[in-house]
Write a protein that binds this ligand. Structure first.
Ligand code: C2E
Ligand code: CA
Ligand code: CA
Length: 688
């Protein structure tokens, strides 16, 4: 109950009023009746006593009047006055002559005004004074008047008591009745009402009414039970209704044949998903696809089989795709939509499209026959191609229709340029698979210089790909692709093998220099990495100290413990470890202390802007200082000018690599570079 209702409206209060009123009235009526009866009795008593008194002295008075004895008469009269209630008394002759008399005033009293109207102020009595029994002769009269005040006083006292006790009894009775009523009815009623107010109208069956104690079997108990039954029934009905609504809802929002969401639900889901992507900035892809030539499948095999085929395809679409979970829906006919969320870029869609095509292409066994179909897919991306769900879906459908006119069993992106870019990338990925077997890779080497001794202490092996059509492709372009597809593992192994073979060749020519090989994060995750590195070294008879592996921070941060374990094993064999691109990633002291590292490579982006950009200079300085305090050699990469070299050397960086000394070189050029570089240094020093 939200509002406490006013006290005068409460049942208890009204009962109290009525009970008190009735009790009071009946008390008044009853005690008044009692008082009236008492008054009658008092009145009768007055008469009876007076008559008794008169009959007691009648003989004496008769004697006095008969013998005209005034003294006796006076004695009789005075005797009467012994009684305080006697107001006047007289003995008279029949002719009215007074033989003896006495009188006194009426006793004054406050309450006379109340009692006199009832009893009269005084009462008169007269008896004849006679002699003889046969035929009595009247000799005179005895007259007495009695003051009623004495009887009235005691009557009034009793009446007051009767009245007051009557009222008190009535009040007590009323209160007791009220209390009993309160205990038995109003209090449990109030509890029930409170209980009702706690019932949740949405789920009435969840909180039932409390049974008031001791009322289980009376009307209140019956009421509570009946109400509770009602509440439970209402809840059951509500649930049934909700279920029915859900069923109707389901039927109207899901495709009957496949159980997948229909267009309406898909749009609703897309709307919510787009909101989320608007905030996160991720890409969402909508794949609209149609089964190629479904019409003829229906015609050849019948609609029933066509339906079964669609059901099978629908089952294969939901679940996990190559990049993560997919949501599928059916637009009708042979058209499905698959939504993929939280993509980093559109490129990942190409993999999903191929996966979807494979799902559809898997033969379906129907009536003892394997039926294989293909699908054509149109892809629209959020936010690049459309802002809103309807537009996005429409563009995906449009793209699919367009793709179908170009042929079947393929996918196409909404924007032609995107489509081309992704297609090219996809092609490059396929080419990359072949490149290794086709011998399209080779390595170049960039010298690493000791700035103190001006001697070449090593070479970084860098991969080059000569594409048969597109010519040289920069590693920054193809290495991420190779990492995505996993082919970097084989390519990396080839690089290591080739670099070791080169190191062995140079060693045999009297140039035992250390070779640095870049190790991709994907390679670092391989369980057999350590073994394959050691086997490669052994195969080329290269001492482990002549190999340096360059790892990036991102490379080992993904699974730090396992990376550390592998690097420690490599280090224990004597292989050097360098942290590449240092300063661009996490650069945390905690992991540096746990890693068995010998070299920190300052990334070329900091060296490039050295002395121009304050921030970059500070980072380079910090790395040099960090190297000193951790006792690690720091190599500056990308040194292009004399000023950079001078600054770094002065600042305490003793190793460097960069175009200032040499671009990455082919092995033969590298060998001649070493000879000429060292000759130049020797010449310079002899000149000085
Ligand atoms: P990185 O490991 O940081 O290699 C250094 C890059 O800086 C090389 O580019 C090198 O040619 C370039 N460079 C060296 N000195 C200078 C300079 O003075 N100025 C400028 N502007 N650049 C300089 P590259 O060869 O194009 O390689 C790019 C990246 O590709 C490498 O960066 C490395 O992350 C990756 N990469 C190259 N070869 C391999 C490999 O065999 N395996 C793996 N996993 N990654 C490789
Ligand atoms: Ca490197
Ligand atoms: Ca670098």
């Amino acid at each position: 109950m939200t509002k406490k209702f006013q006290i005068e409206h409460r049942l208890g209060y009204r009962i109290l009023r009525w009970v008190l009123l009735v009790a009071l009235l009946s008390g008044i009526v009853l005690s008044t009746a009692q008082i009236i009866v008492d008054a009658n009795r008092v009145s009768d008593d007055l008469d009876r006593q007076a008559n008794q008194t008169l009959s007691l002295i009648r003989d004496a008075a008769s004697q006095a009047v008969y013998s005209i004895d005034e003294d006796l008469a006076q004695q009789v009269v005075d005797g009467l006055f012994e009684q305080p209630a006697i107001r006047s008394a007289s003995i008279t002759h029949p002719d009215g002559e007074i033989l003896a008399q006495n009188s006194r005033i009426l006793l004054p009293a406050d309450y006379r005004s109340l009692t006199d109207p009832i009893f009269g102020p005084e009462r008169h009595y007269r008896v004849e004074l006679t002699r003889g029994t046969e035929s009595p002769v009247v000799y005179g009269y005895l007259e007495v008047s009695v003051d009623t005040v004495y009887s009235a006083a005691s009557w009034l006292e009793r009446a007051t008591l009767t009245f007051l006790s009557g009222i008190a009894r009535a009040i007590v009775l009323g209160l007791v009745l009220f209390f009993v009523f309160h205990i038995l009815l109003t209090r449990p009623l109030f509890r029930i009402i409170n209980s009702i107010s706690r019932v949740d109208p949405e789920h009435p069956g969840d909180t039932l009414l409390e049974m008031p104690q001791g009322h289980r079997n009376d009307e209140l108990g019956l009421w509570v039970n009946a109400t509770n039954n009602l509440l439970v029934t209402i809840t059951e009905n509500q649930e049934k209704q909700a279920e029915a609504e859900a069923r109707v809802n389901r039927l109207s929002r899901y495709d009957k044949l496949t159980g997948l969401p229909n267009r309406e639900l898909l749009l609703a889901m897309l709307g919510t998903a787009l909101e989320e992507h608007r905030r996160s900035g991720d890409t969402l892809a909508t794949f609209c696809f149609g089964v190629d030539d479904f019409k003829s499948i229906n015609e050849q095999n019948g609609y029933h089989m066509g339906d079964q085929l669609l059901q099978t395809i629908a089952d294969r679409l939901s679940g996990d795709g190559p990049n993560g979970p997919l949501v599928a829906a059916r637009l009708g006919g042979d058209q499905f939509v698959v939504v993929e969320q939280h993509l980093k870029d559109g490129y990942q869609c190409a993999a999903t499209s191929e996966w979807l095509q494979r799902q559809v292409a898997r033969p379906v066994r129907l009536a003892g026959r394997d039926i294989a179909v293909t699908a054509t897919i149109g892809i629209a991306l959020y936010p690049d191609d459309a802002e809103h769900s309807e537009q996005l879906l429409q563009r995906a459908e449009q793209t699919m229709t367009l793709a179908k006119t170009n042929g079947s069993n393929q996918f196409q992106f909404y924007v032609a340029s995107v489509d081309q870019k992704i297609r090219d990338r996809k092609q490059l990925e396929r080419d990359l698979y072949r490149a290794l077997a086709e011998g399209e890779f080779h390595l170049v080497y960039q010298p690493q210089i000791n700035l103190d001794s001006r001697r070449i202490i090593g070479a970084e092996a860098l991969l080059r790909w000569d594409h048969p059509e597109h010519g040289p492709i920069p590693p920054d372009q193809f290495i991420p692709l190779a990492e995505l597809s996993g082919s970097i593992v084989d390519i990396g192994q080839w690089v290591l093998d080739e670099a070791c073979a080169q190191a062995a060749r140079w060693a045999s020519q009297g140039m035992p220099i250390r070779i640095a090989v870049n190790l991709s994060a994907v390679q670092l995750r391989q369980d057999d990495l350590v073994d394959s590195v050691l086997t490669t070294l052994r195969r080329h008879a290269i001492p482990p100290g002549r190999l340096e592996l360059e790892v990036t921070e991102t490379g080992f941060m993904e699974d730090l413990d396992s990376a550390i374990e592998k690097l420690v094993r490599l280090r224990n064999e004597g292989i050097n470890i360098a942290v590449d691109d240092f300063g661009t990633g996490y650069s945390s002291l905690t992991y540096l202390k746990r890693l068995p590292v010998q070299h920190l490579k300052i990334d070329k982006q900091f060296v490039c802007d050295l002395l121009v950009n304050e921030e970059d200079t500070r980072i380079a300085n910090t790395i040099i200082d960090l190297g000193k305090s951790l006792n690690l050699d720091v190599i500056a990469e990308g040194v292009e000018t004399e000023e950079q070299e001078f600054y770094l050397h002065n600042r305490g960086c003793h190793l460097a690599q960069g175009y200032y000394f040499s671009k990455p070189l082919k092995p033969d050029d590298f060998a001649s570079f070493i000879t000429s570089f060292h000759r130049k240094i020797t010449a310079n020093s002899t000149e000085n």
